[in-house]
Design a protein around this ligand. Structure first.
Ligand SMILES: Cc1cc2nc3c(=O)[nH]c(=O)nc-3n(C[C@H](O)[C@H](O)[C@H](O)COP(=O)(O)OP(=O)(O)OC[C@H]3O[C@@H](n4cnc5c(N)ncnc54)[C@H](O)[C@@H]3O)c2cc1C
Length: 401
């Protein structure tokens, strides 16, 4: 970094390259710095409930090492088997368990970071609490490699829940599914996950499911309950009671292989959708929970008016809906797709939502940034970038339009 700073060439940090926004691409040339070989788990402390890792460790490998010691690292992007912890921190990755457990930033206690000029800093701490100085840890979380290079991460861990079970609930429509979930919350139940798959998504992954879909199924939601054994059984029963007024069919999966089969199907969604159409534009918008049913209904209607297929799936639990516009560029011109996208993102902002809940901005969403951030906030954020990276050498061309 000292050399890059002296010579003024761009440096693009890269984990596993799974970002969906073009964030780890060398858009302005320069050097792509792979962090994949910084891949040691340096410590897993079962008393402090803290781990120290290098950024190139894959989330899935870390999870299983932690679980061997009776502990739990909740952040679970669908890419967890093939994305790195460094990439997860730099994008603040989320996942199904965000509903109950939060996202990556909620588990990052401290970071070692190489700054644009080559200086190495440590920010944060390895204690559970601490308010000394500004909170730079959370500024680096989600900064997409534009502020510094993360070389060490201190993570918070939890005790592993004793039991988990999945409820697969089939609904006639996405709105019905979203209404069922809201009722569950009103009844005081907090599942670890509420993952939504709409009719387009189900068509793409139906071969991976445990059983045939009931006729007229328009949506499936995977609810996972975890905790003590007795608690999980009570929650399963209570969940069924609430959902039966909304669902066509409800199946419980308590046995590990059955549950894993359902979750594997969920993780197949992105690759399976890619097989349906030659191209897709993927957004990961977030809505206030109460507005999710209305958003889903209006988005489907909008897609119909454009005669374009839109798949909606993802983290219903925290309102983070993945809206995928599927198309064949030979038939549907890209301008038309971008117009539909602009209307959907406009709707999200009108509903007091946000245009990205976990994938970040990268290259593909930077044009929309000024619609969400006020001019004063945008200018403050650009000034921060200048403080950290005065020559603009860290991942240039990303985030800001
Ligand atoms: C099939 C599939 C499913 C996905 N599901 C989810 C999901 O459920 N939730 C979710 O949040 N995301 C999801 N993603 C997106 C992606 O996997 C995540 O954003 C992930 O966190 C990226 O990790 P990575 O190691 O691949 O990082 P990369 O893609 O290599 O990099 C991502 C960004 O982080 C920066 N970066 C990487 N390492 C460092 C470092 N050490 N220091 C500083 N900056 C760094 C890069 O410059 C880039 O800006 C999915 C992607 C795919 C392909």
């Amino acid at each position: 970094m000292a050399l890059a700073n002296e010579e003024g060439f761009p440096v693009v940090p890269r984990g596993a390259g799974t970002a969906t926004t073009g964030a780890p691409l060398a858009a302005k040339g320069g050097l792509v710095l792979s962090l994949l070989r910084l891949n040691r788990i340096l410590e897993i402390n079962t008393e402090d409930l803290v781990a120290v890792v290098e950024p190139g460790v894959f989330n899935g490998i870390f999870k299983s090492e932690v679980e061997k010691r009776g502990l739990f690292y909740p952040p679970d992007p669908a890419s967890y088997e093939f994305s790195t912890l460094g990439g997860n921190v730099a994008t603040c990755a989320g996942g199904p368990k965000g509903l109950k457990y939060g996202v990556t930033k909620d588990y990052v206690l401290g970071l070692e970071v190489v700054l644009a000029g080559g200086e190495v800093i440590f920010c944060g701490r390895r204690t559970m609490k601490g308010v000394v100085g500004y909170d730079l840890v959370h500024l680096f979380c989600g900064s997409e490699g534009t502020l510094g290079i993360i070389t060490k991460i201190i993570l918070k861990l939890l005790p592993k829940p004793k039991a988990s079970a999945t409820l697969a609930a089939y609904f006639q429509s996405v709105e019905k599914a979203a209404q069922g979930f809201l009722e569950l919350i009103k009844e005081g139940l907090l599942p670890a996950t509420a993952e939504l798959l709409d009719e387009v998504t189900l068509e793409a992954i139906k071969g991976f499911l445990n059983s045939a879909l009931p006729s007229s199924t328009g949506a499936l939601v995977l609810f996972e309950f975890d905790g003590g054994l007795k608690q999980v059984e009570e929650d399963l029963w209570a969940g069924r009671e609430v959902l039966k007024d909304f669902a066509l069919k409800i199946e419980a999966a308590q046995e590990a292989t059955l549950r894993e089969k359902l979750w594997k199907a969920r993780r197949q969604v992105s690759p399976a959708l890619k097989k349906l159409y030659p191209a897709k534009v993927a957004d990961d918008v977030v809505l206030p929970r109460r507005l999710v049913p209305r958003f889903l209904k209006e988005t489907k209607k909008l897609a119909q008016s454009y005669k374009i297929t839109v798949a909606c799936f993802g983290h219903l639990g925290d309102g983070n809906i993945h809206v995928n516009i599927l198309f064949d560029p030979q038939i549907t011109p890209y301008d038309k797709v971008e117009n539909l996208r602009a209307e959907i993102l406009g709707k999200v902002l009108n509903f007091a939502g946000t245009i990205s809940g976990e994938h970040g901005i990268g290259l593909t969403k930077k044009g929309y940034l000024p619609q969400e951030l006020s001019p004063a906030l945008l200018s403050l954020q650009k000034s921060l970038k200048k403080v950290f990276d005065p020559k603009g050498i860290l991942n240039p061309g990303k985030v800001f339009p």
